[in-house]
Design a protein around this ligand. Sequence first.
Ligand code: SAM
Length: 295
Amino acid sequence: MSDILLEKSNIPEALVRKLQLQYGEGAGGILAAFEKERPVTLRVNRLKADEERVMSELARFSPKKASFYEDAFILENAKERDVEETALYQEGCIYLQSLSSMLPPLFLEPKSGESILDMTAAPGGKTTEISALSGGGALITACERDKFRFERLKYNVEKQGAPRVTLLNEDARNLSPYFRFDKILLDAPCSGSGTISPDHPVKWSEKLLSKCVSLQRALLSKAFSLLKSGGTLVYSTCSVLREENEDAVRSLKGAKLVPLEPPEGVPLLPSQEGTLCVAPDGLFEGFFVAKLVKP
Ligand code: SAM
């Protein structure tokens, strides 16, 4: 990565150095992606609408289907505000969501009748996706610590018409040790190193990183303790840093890593075998996903 790029950017130098250390020459591509604005993307909420209605009502924005997921659409010609004014949006038939953020629920493969914990759930993009993927049949517990974000979660779950969702406004580290779930999604709070863009002010700092790293490990260990034997845990972050991703997964003793199939058309960074790290670019945010099973 050239020093010219580093001088021009408002990315903290410590983050640039970390990216260079981890990705070598590849760091240049990540830093270049931080300068790009991504188009509006959305997920069709199958609990309320079908593709035909969405395509016809959003036709003026020329929606294009993403290659990896039939419910994901890219609107090159729209601003979020334009979409928010549509009846589809107001009725909860669509959910504005980044493409990368749609991946963890897909790897969780939620089925009707399963008990599923979404451990750090607000504002609810993945809770409502899990519900839709299970046809509304999964028994979901969605937990969120922050009071204000919890209200957003509640609003979105109701608006998207996701049934069988129990909402808990508490610190997931304090969940009852007697709970047991078939599947858990831990979409962990993170430093956000994958989501930097002209629209997102940079909030990354070394202090934030180290706070996230210890919280992620505590949440992972709690998640593992709440899984039934044979249960599945999907761990994700919107960071591309090894400390928050592979190192966090490695810190969990006794879990078996399930290799993930790279989804079609999703750009990837090198990551530990079996895990996926989405490369940020003009379409995708940087994102990490790992799937673990409790023997
Ligand atoms: N999965 C969400 C979605 O797709 O809409 C995004 C989750 S966001 C990456 C992480 C969330 O974890 C934040 O809302 C944050 O307030 C919450 N959080 C942080 N620490 C927590 C804890 N100890 N227990 C529960 N929630 C927590």
